[in-house]
Design a protein around this ligand. Structure first.
Ligand SMILES: Cc1ncc(COP(=O)(O)O)c(C=O)c1O
Length: 435
């Protein structure tokens, strides 16, 4: 490593990082190896991405074979066989009414694509006045201008306040400690928070609202689980006012909630689903926006030789990424990964909630294989205790993540019980000695 490394890390405290860098050089299965020779259990499956484990042989082989067969081809007015096939497989996996797929390269791009499709849909139907977008406080929808605007995490918005999209409102978030601390799965309290959407419909008139975007389970802001009935009520209000419902499933798709999509697990079908991460098991960057046929059909008008949606990326449907996606979906099916994840859920829940009496813990939340342990902040220093816990766990050989003072967990969908125990016991050790 040079004395003054050029690399500017994303979402990282760069100056502190370079004083004691954490550099991974290899990964296999459920473990990483660092440049210091330390073996780490990956308690976060990459970055919510790699549910099947690292360097899955089937995915590695598919990429190696594809890159020597068709490395890339033009993606506008021309496409490749692997992208066509992957779109069909995704449409089969998605809820029945959702059967069109637009490819992107990341979660952020999936979100901005979904927002643009929503605006284009209403305009095509002669309802061009529907331009307002609704997000939610503490929501995370990536870092591009659209996703940042509908997102609700203050630090991500603060610096860019002047550049937010106009016409965006936010629902209240659903995390109310006094009512729901230590809930296991979906909190019983909080259904009435969905009425916030009704309030915004009355304020602006629902006929001006294009779409509501929410994460079925918020991930990046510390695992916020929807109250019982909340998502159903949001769907009802959207239907009442003709508003499109977008589920941002960049984290929750592909087994994280014990089903192909959280939409399936919660039995609530949105109009658009955004995905990325688990689509290729995190191996190559790729996202997909899954869209109801009705939305797609509304845009298929005008002269047939005219482009219907002026949107797309050079790498939309990249053949090597698509090959990785196909191998990943096959592996999920062959290994019954979604069912396996569902079976692990009660074990994970029990272990996570065993941390309840540890010092500093003020809440524990879980759904599927997503978990959050919220710590009381150190006096006036939000996030410092959470980051100290992350560092302690890393030193002990387990990778977790902290969102401020909430420790987040995203274990492999095919974890062993022993691995889940190791993650929880490592956190316990850290908490017991943390100031
Ligand atoms: C719900 C959600 N949407 C969007 C994104 C952005 O994805 P990316 O970092 O791939 O752009 C994330 C990333 O964590 C996410 O969790």
């Amino acid at each position: 490593m040079t004395e003054n490394p050029a690399f500017w890390l994303p979402f990282t405290a760069n100056r502190a990082f370079w004083k004691s860098p954490r550099v991974i050089t290899q990964a296999k299965g459920h473990h990483y190896l660092t440049d210091q020779g330390q073996e780490l259990l990956d308690g976060f499956s990459g970055l919510w991405t790699t549910g099947l484990g690292h360097c899955h042989p089937k995915i590695v082989a598919a990429i190696q074979s594809q890159v020597s067969e068709l490395d890339f081809c033009m993606s506008f007015q021309v496409t490749n066989n692997k992208a066509i096939e992957l779109a069909d497989r995704l449409a089969e996996l998605a809820p029945a009414s959702i059967n069109r797929v637009f490819f992107t390269n990341s979660g952020s791009e999936s979100v901005d694509t979904a927002l643009k499709i929503a605006l284009a849909y209403h305009r095509a139907r002669g309802e061009g006045q529907r331009t307002r977008l609704i997000g939610r406080e503490r929501g995370y929808h990536g870092v591009n201008f659209g996703g940042m605007s509908v997102g609700g995490m203050m630090p991500n918005r603060k610096t860019f306040s002047a550049a937010m999209l106009p016409g965006v409102d936010h629902l209240r978030h659903t995390h109310e400690l006094s009512q729901m601390a230590f809930s296991q799965g979906q909190p019983e309290w909080g259904l009435e928070l969905a009425e916030d959407l009704e309030r915004l419909c009355r304020l602006h008139d629902g006929s001006n609202i294009a779409a509501v975007i929410i994460e079925p389970v918020s991930g990046s802001s510390g695992v916020l689980v929807p109250p019982q009935g909340y998502l159903q009520r949001i769907r009802e209000i959207c239907d009442q006012y003709g508003i499109l419902l977008i589920f941002d499933e960049v984290i929750t798709a592909f087994g994280r909630t014990g089903a192909a999509f959280a939409a399936e697990r919660f039995a609530v079908t949105p109009d658009i689903i955004t995905t990325a991460k688990g689509l290729t098991n995190g191996v190559l960057p790729m996202g997909a926006v899954l869209v109801k046929d009705e939305v797609y059909q509304a845009l298929m008008h005008g002269p047939e030789e005219m482009i219907e949606l002026f949107h797309g990326y050079t790498y939309s449907g990249h053949p090597v990424c698509a090959a990785a996606g196909l191998a990943t979906l096959e592996a999920y099916a062959e290994e019954h990964t979604f069912a396996q994840s569902r079976q692990l859920e009660p074990i994970f829940e029990r272990l996570l909630h065993s941390l309840r009496d540890c010092p500093h813990v003020i809440d524990i939340r879980n759904f599927g294989l997503m978990g959050g342990v919220e710590l009381a902040p150190r006096d006036g220093k939000v996030g410092v205790r959470g980051f100290a816990a992350f560092l302690d766990c890393f030193k002990q050989g387990v990778v977790i993540r902290n969102s401020g003072d909430t420790l987040s967990f995203s274990p492999f969908l095919n974890s062993t019980e022993t691995e889940l125990e190791q993650i929880v016991e490592t956190v316990r050790t850290a908490l017991l000695r943390l100031a």
